[in-house]
Design a binder for this molecule. Structure first.
Ligand SMILES: [Zn+2]
Length: 310
């Protein structure tokens, strides 16, 4: 039974099990070619689950993956799904210089656009690494021609997050005069606490009931669309194990077996579409938010659509 009439954004970050940030210290990028790749089969599995459910989604594809598996990118596109950009090398944004970020992000965007033969308007950073110190990246995304970003996680975490960033889609006004739509990773507000319920490790680690409670609350109480995300490797309990720290292994391997059934349950419970389609329905009504990005990272100022400060 579908829970609400609100259409939510369903997203997948298309990368392989050995490319995740949690394993960055134990798997050097120069070794990526040596690992048996599973991203193609795992993404195909997702495509058939979505086909059965009649749901379209957004796939943020890593440039490295797109370069090696262009036919996979074409299958995503031909299935009526949205192809979006997850950068090229999965390096965290705040560990790159502006020049490096511009180079690798435009490389990935053009590479994906060449494969699908149309514009790739959406971007998501590796591990949500657009944080307070890397807000300058938003200017570069606008320069590269992206129309929307989904990299800001309004939460406190050891690797990412801007805890006081707006929780729902809004239009970012940049100092340069350019603008960009932001669809932040969803959090549920439960008695003043922001609970991460939008997918990934939280979806696998927390009891399923908490995710459902949180997501329903966003649709019902906030009357907003949420974004949900997963990675192809999260539906692959057979993936080779990597010797990383106890915490990284806990976050990566817990409940992989349960993930596919939970995803199918979610598709039966909520209405979903690709992110560009969810945003397309509400562009007119978005709050405008001024971000102090550029050379002066830091403060986020909220400005109402009528120009008054909140
Ligand atoms: Zn990623």
């Amino acid at each position: 039974m579908i829970f609400s009439s609100i259409t939510n954004a369903l997203t997948f970050d298309v990368e392989d099990y050995f490319q995740v940030s949690a394993f960055e210290k134990v798997v050097d990028r120069s070794q990526w070619n040596n690992f048996p790749s599973r991203v193609e089969n795992n993404t195909d599995r997702i495509l058939s689950i979505l086909d059965e459910a009649g749901v379209k989604a957004t796939f943020f594809v890593l440039g490295w993956v797109g370069e090696r598996y262009p036919k996979l990118v074409r299958r995503i596109h031909e299935g009526g799904h949205e192809v979006a950009c997850h950068g090229y090398s999965h390096r965290l944004v705040y560990e790159q210089s502006a020049t490096e970020f511009r180079e690798e992000t435009s490389r990935a965007k053009y590479l994906l656009e060449d494969i699908v033969g149309e514009e790739v308007p959406g971007y998501r950073a590796a591990s949500y690494s657009i944080v307070r110190s890397s807000l300058w990246a938003l200017d570069i995304l606008a320069e590269c021609g992206f129309r929307y970003d989904s990299s800001i996680f309004p939460i406190r975490h050891d690797r990412y997050g801007i805890p006081d960033a707006p929780r729902f889609p809004h239009q970012i006004q940049l100092r340069s005069g350019a603008s960009l739509i932001e669809f932040p990773i969803s959090t549920a507000d439960v008695w003043g606490m922001k609970i991460p319920v939008a997918g990934g490790g939280y979806f696998r680690l927390l009891p399923y009931g908490i995710t459902k409670f949180g997501l329903s609350r966003i649709n019902q109480k906030d009357k907003q669309a949420f974004v949900f995300y997963l990675h192809p490797w999260e539906l692959d309990p057979e993936q080779p194990r990597i010797a990383a720290s106890v915490i990284s292994r806990f976050r990566h391997y817990t409940n992989l077996k349960r993930c596919e059934a939970r995803l199918s349950g979610l598709l039966r419970t909520y209405r979903f579409a690709a992110m560009r389609d969810v945003l397309g329905r509400q562009t007119e009504t978005l709050d405008q938010v001024l971000y102090e990005g550029g050379a002066v990272p830091g403060k986020v100022i909220r400005v109402c659509s009528n120009g008054g400060e909140k």
